[in-house]
Design a protein around this ligand. Structure first.
Ligand code: PLP
Length: 488
């Protein structure tokens, strides 16, 4: 990624040198910020981080000039750094945490499993927790997704879905079905298959020579200079689908909201329209619920918003409540059936597939969803966020507040009336997040979209405290931020 447009979870890191010196910095615990000049000590965590680590989606050039924030513990919706300073986890540790950190139930489930066994392979063997979890996922997912293939990350869940779809056709004598149709502005992970169906040039363009054949329809929530465009996307998408139907292995998309693409919202009916077109033209539909799954949009799965039943579904992130790397690709009987012929092995499997500790965490996660009626309890929280953010839309430098459930993106803009974005090199989204961190909440931007994705377990009081920080960070950073010479 370029060091210019500061992009995503995904974003390059923001300088934090001034964090500790900021006298106004106050953590949720009220602790004072610590002195940070410990880089000169070669044994300090900062020096050793700089010496040995390579951070993901990070300009290492920037990183090596900063004192990184190093998190060593957490509880509930807060994390704590090595100096004892606390921060709200405003992006759920990159969209994964559900019930808070160190939840006693999930902690206990993992410990209990440790007393039995940490891991045994799924290649040629099985384990009770992987079986229990598969059954639970099948019962929870949209009807028809009856078979579960495990892996370790969202990217792998996607990679597996793409490969299963292709092999499904090959077994059925349709080897020519090797193309995929997806949406511009989509994100499905970082492995080469997932990148092949990615639609964010900043992340994906470099790898083009390595990628397979993909067609992109326009993004239904395509952003133009910070603003959503009214829907005109379904028709061109369906046209692409009908034109290429014979050579498509599958359609793949993020349901309802393109998360890493800036929390771009699909207009109502788009997802259902895609499902209908897939059925009409006989093309498999893969829905990537890696970001949206497990309650994040206000429903257990985003597909439920439009009663969509995909042929394959990808799950990860929240599946373990944000504890351990586990992912799953669910498929229908019809997708699975051709693999029951004697020669039709799916040659794919990772060493830690179906890991027992991950499955234990995932089962406890699902128990908590049920016992705490997490989905039912989200409505007032979502409403609180809506109410608190309504006036934010009116701020001079806020173009849009885009929300679906507990997934929120606030697009900031240089000149709202003229629809002129900030120069990318200004890194304004990153600056807002740095200010939020100064004030005691961690989040990351997607370019100039400030993300707010708190753990589902956040209480209304905690949400209010986080929103106070978010709004103050927006105001503090964008006031007087015009770069056209007319300071406001
Ligand atoms: C929709 C979607 N799919 C796939 C992925 C990749 O997941 P992972 O980072 O676990 O590989 C992400 C990550 O943000 C995502 O948002």
């Amino acid at each position: 990624m370029t060091s210019a447009n500061t992009g995503s979870h995904l974003d390059r890191q923001v300088p934090v040198d001034d964090r500790a010196q900021d006298a106004s910095a106050a953590s949720p615990s009220g602790d004072a910020a610590p002195p940070v000049n410990i880089r000169s000590d070669p044994d300090s965590p900062v020096a050793r981080d700089h010496a040995y680590l390579w951070h993901p989606f990070t300009s290492m050039d920037d990183w090596l000039q900063q004192d990184p924030l190093i998190i060593e513990s957490g509880a509930g919706v807060r994390v704590r750094d090595i100096h004892g300073r606390e921060y709200f986890d405003g992006n759920s540790s990159l969209w994964v945490n559900v019930h808070g950190h160190r939840h006693p139930r999930i902690d206990a489930a993992i410990r209990q499993q440790l007393d039995r066994i940490a891991h045994s392979t799924m290649l040629g063997l099985s384990n009770p927790l992987a079986i229990d979890l598969a059954e639970r996922l099948v019962k929870l997912a949209p009807g028809g997704l009856n078979r579960v293939f495990y892996s370790d990350s969202g990217s792998e869940a996607v990679e597996i879905a793409l490969k299963i779809a292709y092999q499904h056709h090959v077994i059925r004598g349709e080897r020519h079905r090797s193309h995929y149709l997806t949406l511009a502005n989509g994100y499905h992970g970082d492995t080469i298959g997932a990148v092949s169906v990615g639609g964010i040039a900043q992340f994906h363009a470099l790898f083009k020579p390595l990628l397979f054949q993909t067609h992109w329809g326009p993004s239904p929530g395509m952003l133009e200079n910070g603003f959503s465009r009214p829907d005109a996307a379904l028709e061109p998408f369906v046209n692409l689908l009908s034109e290429n139907a014979d050579r498509l292995a599958a359609v793949i998309l993020e349901p309802m909201i393109q998360a890493a693409g800036g929390m771009a919202l699909m207009p109502p009916g788009f997802l259902k329209g895609v499902e209908r077109a897939c059925r009409e033209f006989g093309v498999l539909l893969i829905v990537d619920e890696v970001a949206t799954g497990f309650g994040r949009t206000g429903r257990m799965f985003a597909c439920e918003h439009e009663d969509v039943h995909p042929d394959l579904m990808c799950l990860a992130k929240g599946i373990t409540g944000g504890y351990l790397p586990l992912a799953a690709t669910l498929v229908t009987d019809a997708v699975f059936e051709p693999f029951r012929t004697p020669d039709s092995v799916f040659f794919h499997g990772h060493s830690y597939t179906g890991n027992a500790l991950g499955c234990a965490a995932a089962l406890a996660n699902l128990d908590l969803f049920e016992e705490n009626r997490v989905i039912e309890c989200l409505a007032p929280k979502i409403d609180l966020i809506r109410r608190r953010l309504a006036p934010v839309t009116e701020l001079e430098h806020v173009a849009e507040v885009r929300r679906l459930g507990m997934m929120i993106g606030i697009e900031i803009i240089n000149d709202k009336a003229g629809r002129i974005p900030y120069p990318p090199e200004q890194g304004m989204g990153a600056q807002v997040c740095r200010r939020a961190r100064d004030l005691g909440m961690i989040t990351r931007p997607l370019g100039d979209v400030v993300v707010f994705m708190p753990p589902l377990s956040s209480t209304e009081e905690e949400l209010n405290a986080m929103l106070d920080i978010l709004i103050q960070a927006l105001v503090d950073t964008t006031s007087g931020s015009d770069t056209n010479g007319d300071a406001d």
